[in-house]
Design a protein around this ligand. Structure first.
Ligand code: SME
Length: 156
């Protein structure tokens, strides 16, 4: 007897995202499907959302799954989100409360991963995931989310 739902492997999630990218009528529909899928398949992803670049220096909250965030617009010099977008590098924060850059979205959040979405080196936006668990994110999450970001980049 098995207990609880059987979760998809990373490769299956990437394949499901490719399927969504083929079927989705718009980039927004694709991103909505991605955040829902990630929350369903990775229970320690307590919040999953997209931020999209507006002009050269602001991130604007796009589709998300989880509680509403107070941070609907983030300047590039603020937050973990701004740091990842301005460097173009993925960031894993094991303890958000120990990082002075952190902008709190929910009091329960303990760790965070932010992965830029890039096309030809240009940052178009990012995937932001929060977890209520400390040190929730590993290199496997980073690899998976970088693959998802590359698929989404093709539809933005
Ligand atoms: N924690 C982010 C802000 C976005 S919320 O987590 C949804 C940051 O520090 O940039």
């Amino acid at each position: 007897m098995r207990f609880g739902p059987i979760m998809k492997m990373d490769g299956e999630i990437a394949a499901a995202v490719r399927g969504l990218a083929t079927r989705a009528a718009t980039g927004v529909e694709l991103m909505e499907g991605v955040v829902r899928l990630l929350r369903e398949e990775r229970p320690y992803y307590s919040w999953a959302g997209f931020y999209l670049m507006e002009g050269a220096d602001t991130l604007v909250l796009g589709p998300y799954h989880g509680k509403p965030s107070p941070h609907t617009r983030i300047p590039l010099h603020q937050g973990i989100c701004g740091a990842a977008a301005s460097t173009g590098e993925s960031l894993i924060i094991d303890d958000v409360n120990a990082d002075p850059r952190y902008l709190a979205c929910s009091l329960e959040t303990r760790s965070e991963i932010v992965v830029p979405i890039k096309r030809e080196g240009k940052v178009l936006g990012e995937i932001d995931i929060d977890s209520d668990r400390p040190s929730a994110f590993s290199d496997e999450d980073r690899r998976l989310l970088e693959e998802v970001a590359a698929i989404v980049a093709g539809r933005l």
